[in-house]
Design a protein around this ligand. Structure first.
Ligand code: ATP
Length: 490
């Protein structure tokens, strides 16, 4: 597995991702998706939306604004408590997120650690900044970016860039439920940008200051917590790492979803969503062995959360959160009811009761972390070919088909290739390339993960056939121009 820095430089070389505004020295925690990266990211998001929203009756989507009435963030608790602990060297020359620093130095997870505990650990282990300076007392830092709305910059015009997409769903909950006539249990999904002024952005796309999220709030009747979709996934295998296993220093264990529920390790909805989310990655070509379901330890849980599981991925820098799936109960809706003084309860037809629904699961996935996962799963250094092959699932690959005229100086071959290109681009993302030897051109497409190359040569002019080359097997097939579509599998 290549390191995260090697992956970052590969992405820059191949037009996938650049450090943002690099000509001015860049800006830590901000990235630009290049020509191939932006196509791939769009495919990833489209696949997510198709799978989680369009193919289901019980989930609808919204596209909320990034800046909202700041009361949204007061009600949600972000203004007061969306904070990370920070360690700052006494001369101010170095600052770092405290839990990350402790994890690096002491080799275990410190999610949920308190300021007092950080101070004690720093003392006990005599931890210092890289320049040998001691640390000041641990400080907390609110991660929300602020801005001002309107011409005057003052307290009254202060607003926030959203640090998550979820709260917009709660604020619009009543309208969405009524307009889309949703009946419990149902979900509301949203994808979009989120902003966090991370203290120490690092590991390339893993921790940025501007990123995108794919989130679902799944609402149920507070007393009806059975999942009607369990059958679909009861035999699906999860790599389970419960809080109890972690406390007893046991290893994660593979088990079927039904076993995890029967043994009371997780409730049905958590089991269902952990399986659904793993399955989404597996269907798009990922290896299930690189994913695990880790339960939060008691002291990691947010105060409103009764249980939370992370879908973790084996990144080159260790097992890390890819997606969080929290049980948020009725915390958010109740808070918004309190702050807005609006009734956000609904009448549940089945029980004939007026209730405030519970969020039994909030699957929250970062687009940029998912993008990294697909890159790592696809990346193959093919020594025989002498180039990298990105074995991306064809649905995720930035380019579907490359059209390559064998020679670039013969009008008739070029003209023929253009015709094929013009036809194919009606249905596929295509790329026309005349530069360099055919071997070099195949290698270039391998490196951005193009599943098919179509080559037009002199014989094409005679027999109307082209060569289709498969990225993974390098097998070549001669097919009639009008049959190309039949040979492309997506
Ligand atoms: P972490 O503990 O890694 O800071 P978190 O628990 O604060 O993450 P959530 O608030 O649960 O993260 O956000 C949901 C998802 O959004 C995460 O699982 C992750 O995929 C993504 N995400 C969160 N913060 C970032 C970030 N700074 N950069 C990229 N993706 C992020």
């Amino acid at each position: 597995m290549i390191t995260i820095d090697e992956m970052a430089s590969f992405c820059k070389r191949k037009g996938l991702i650049y450090p943002s505004s690099e000509i001015y020295g860049g800006m830590s925690g901000f990235f630009d998706y290049g020509p191939y990266g932006s196509e791939m990211k769009k495919n990833l998001k489209d696949e997510w939306w198709k799978f989680h929203v369009r193919s289901r009756e019980d989930i609808v989507g919204i596209d909320g604004s990034i800046i909202t009435n700041p009361l949204v963030w007061k009600a949600s608790g972000h203004v007061e408590g969306f904070e990370d602990l920070m360690l700052v060297a006494e001369d101010g020359s170095f600052e770092i997120r405290a839990d990350q620093f402790l994890e690096e130095k002491l080799g275990k997870n410190f999610d949920g650690v308190t300021a007092e505990q950080v101070n004690e650990l720093v003392q006990k282990h005599k931890l210092k900044a890289p320049n040998g300076k001691s640390f000041r007392k641990c400080e907390s830092f609110n991660l929300m970016f602020t801005t001002n709305v309107g011409p005057k910059a003052n307290e009254k015009s202060k607003a926030y860039l959203r640090p998550e997409t979820a709260q917009i769903i709660f604020a619009d909950f009543k309208l969405i439920q009524e307009n889309a006539r949703m009946k419990l249990p149902f979900g509301i999904a949203q994808m979009g940008r989120a902003f966090r002024n991370e203290i120490s952005p690092r590991n390339f796309l893993f921790r940025c200051r501007e990123f995108e999220q794919l989130e679902i709030e799944y609402f149920v009747h507070p007393k009806q917590k059975k999942c009607p979709y369990m059958k679909e996934y009861e035999d699906f295998e999860l790599n389970v790492f419960s809080a109890d296993m972690q406390e007893k220093n046991l290893k994660p264990k593979k088990m079927k979803v039904k076993e995890a529920v029967k043994n009371n390790l997780m409730n049905e909805w958590h089991a269902y969503f952990l399986a659904l989310e793993t399955d989404w990655f597996v269907r798009l070509g990922c290896n299930p062995d690189n994913f695990r379901a880790r339960q939060h330890l008691k002291d990691e849980l947010a105060h409103y959360s009764t249980d939370c599981w992370d879908l973790e991925y084996k990144f080159p820098f260790g097992w890390k959160e890819l997606e969080g799936i929290a049980d948020r109960s009725d915390y958010d809706l109740k808070r918004h009811m309190e702050y807005s003084k609006k009734d956000l309860s609904l009448f549940d037809e089945a029980s004939k009761e007026k209730i405030v629904p519970h969020v039994i699961a909030e699957p929250s996935l970062g687009v940029d972390r998912a993008f990294l996962v697909f890159l790592y799963e696809a990346y193959h250094d093919d020594k025989k070919r002498g180039n990298i092959v990105l074995k991306l699932h064809p649905k995720i690959a930035p380019v579907n088909v490359a059209v390559l005229p064998l020679v670039s100086n013969k009008e008739n071959v070029l003209g023929n290739a253009r015709e094929v290109f013009n036809e194919l681009k009606k249905d596929y993302v295509c790329f026309f390339d005349t530069g360099g030897s055919i071997g070099r051109r195949y290698a270039r497409q391998d490196e951005i993960g193009t599943p098919y190359c179509v080559t037009i040569d002199f014989e094409t002019l005679e027999d109307g056939k082209v060569t289709i080359r498969d990225r993974d097997t390098t097998k070549q097939e001669r097919v009639k121009i009008e049959d190309i579509g039949k040979h492309l599998r997506f």
